[in-house]
Design a protein around this ligand. Structure first.
Ligand code: PGA
Length: 248
């Protein structure tokens, strides 16, 4: 399985700054053919970043999408609109959206199905909050998130899906989860997926996200069962993201 490294720029960088960062990264990332790299700028920068990366194998990712094809949904962006911009991946259910925008498991599921219908590859973010981990509910929370997110997904679509395990205590804190905790959760995620996808669950890439940095990327990517990473803060810094993408 080709490892997947996604830089999630979140609500950072203006259009100009996004193009500048993408343009600076491209010469440094383009020669890596043994890994897949994607950039997730804001919606407003997707088109310009697409131009900036057009001559490279680096792919474009959206940070979100809406589940309907079109209609009276002010402010939302449809899968077809993203398709038209050359987007390959769409993040779904990032913990920041779950927390600040009230995104529920049901909404996440609708977005996953809409992404697949729209020929986009969903990257479903799951992960327990710190309180859930402290009270011993991390496994049940994550299992439920996975089962909800994949409801109605057919095994034939498994290869198009990625799940990113991102415990909220590790996001933006400089404290990545331990390899032991990640490995435990990744096994649990695979097991939960197999109840819906059967053997095809093996085709789903399972990523890790949360304070990924140049200093921990090697250990993460060497750990069994980690098929890639979702990088937040470090993806905004050219030198750091270049080092992350060049791991190994
Ligand atoms: P971080 O963010 O790398 O800044 O911790 C990760 C994420 O939100 O996916």
């Amino acid at each position: 399985m080709t490892p997947l490294i996604i830089g999630n720029w979140k609500m950072h960088l203006t259009l100009r700054e996004s193009v500048d960062l993408a343009s600076a990264l491209i010469p440094k990332l383009s020669h890596r053919t043994d890994r897949e790299i994607a950039l997730a700028p804001s919606f407003t920068a997707l088109s310009a970043v697409r131009e900036a990366i057009s001559t490279s194998p680096v792919r474009l990712a959206a940070q979100d999408l809406f589940w309907e094809g079109e209609g009276a949904f002010t402010g939302e962006v449809s899968p077809a609109m993203l398709q038209e911009l050359g987007v390959t991946y769409a993040l779904v259910g990032h913990s920041e959206r779950r927390e600040h925008l009230g995104e529920t498991d049901q909404m996440v599921n609708r977005k996953v199905l809409a992404a697949l219908r729209g020929d986009l590859r969903p990257v479903v973010c799951v992960g327990e909050q710190e309180t859930a981990r402290a009270s011993g509910r991390a496994a049940s929370v994550v299992r439920a998130q996975v089962l909800h997110a994949l409801q109605g997904v057919l095994p034939a679509s498994a290869g198009k899906i990625a799940i990113s395990y991102e415990p909220t205590g590790a996001i933006g804190t400089g404290q990545a989860a331990s390899l032991g905790d990640i490995s435990e959760m990744h096994s649990l995620i695979r097991e939960a997926m197999s109840t819906i996808l059967g053997d095809a669950a093996r085709e789903v890439r399972v990523l890790y996200g949360g304070s990924v940095s140049p200093s921990n990327i090697k250990a993460l990517m060497e750990a069994p069962g980690i098929d890639g990473v979702l990088v937040g803060g470090a993806s905004l810094r050219e030198a750091e993201f270049t080092r992350i993408a060049a791991y190994g």
